[in-house]
Ligand binder design. Structure first.
Ligand code: COA
Length: 155
């Protein structure tokens, strides 16, 4: 399957909101959250993965001073396991570096080994557990990546 990455456009947001509800049934962001994020390009960058002209994944990063946060990342189940998550994370880590970040943080559900494995492959390490962080009582792992001084953040 071929896919391309591009920047999130305002017109994408409703479709991305539908993907969000499908991917995060207990913790979905409300649509307003995507609009709020979208309108802060100075500190945010959101991207979309598109296959056959349809968005199948999305991801975003926030960079403030030297710290970046992976805000969200999601890929539709029917196209999982084909490198889209990896490609989006690579793009966002490059963006973080371009904006001057030296550290990247993220939170991931303790019961999401698939995403944890993706992050571990990129060098993220678990540094903290936030007990009962999610609405359904599941813990969050806080993971951190210290960006190497030289270019190239792929697993
Ligand atoms: C986590 C997620 C973004 C990964 O996206 P993806 O496009 O499937 O990922 P990729 O195809 O790039 O695979 C990257 C890594 O994901 C993991 N992965 C992929 N397919 C997998 C599978 N069938 N089973 C377990 N892990 C798998 C592996 O770590 C893989 O790397 P490797 O195969 O080289 O070791 C996607 O599964 C997803 O959107 N899940 C639901 C939403 C979510 O949990 N988001 C993360 C919130 S923190």
């Amino acid at each position: 399957m071929n896919f391309t990455l591009r920047d999130l456009a305002f017109e994408d947001i409703e479709a991305i909101g539908r993907l969000e509800n499908e991917l995060f049934p207990t913790d979905a962001w409300p649509l307003e959250m995507f609009y709020t994020e979208f309108f802060q390009p100075d500190t945010r960058r959101y991207i979309v993965a598109e296959a056959d002209g349809v968005p199948v994944g999305y991801a975003g990063v926030m960079v403030i001073d030297t710290t970046a946060d992976i805000q969200t990342i999601g890929v539709l189940p029917r196209v999982e396991g084909q490198g889209i998550g990896r490609a989006m994370l690579t793009e966002l880590l490059g963006e973080a570096r371009r904006r001057g970040a030296d550290t990247v943080m993220l939170e991931v559900r303790a019961d999401n080994p698939r995403a944890q494995h993706l992050y571990t492959r990129f060098g993220f390490a678990r540094i903290h557990t936030r007990k009962k962080y999610y609405r359904d009582g599941v813990d969050a792992w806080v993971m951190q990546l210290v960006l190497p001084a030289t270019e190239g953040t792929t697993p």
